[in-house]
Write a protein that binds this ligand. Sequence first.
Ligand SMILES: [Zn+2]
Length: 123
Amino acid sequence: MEKKALEYFEKILKDRIREISSNIDMSNISLKELNSSNPKDQSDIVSANLQGQIDFLIIQKHGLELQDIMSSLQKIKNETYGICEMCDDEINIERLKVKPHAKYCVKCRELHEKSKIKVKNEI
Ligand SMILES: [Zn+2]
């Protein structure tokens, strides 16, 4: 990939980290508030728990995305960014613009999704 394109994606990835970090900070604050609040009745407890779970899922989901973003930044350093982890082909640049931390090309992504569904059905 050209140096200019790499710089472009590096900036996007770093911006995304900042965005996620501030989201996670906000989720952490609302979790803390929930833990310190005193729900008055049962329905308050239920909705507080539900909100807590949603926040937890947000943190969990963003945590995984953060990991992918960090490994993408590492790839930029190693000059292997934009290369599919499965087949070593270049990932389409339009796909990277939509998902800069993509690990796989479109073909491998589809295979990956299919195999996940297959595993689920087998269980
Ligand atoms: Zn591939």
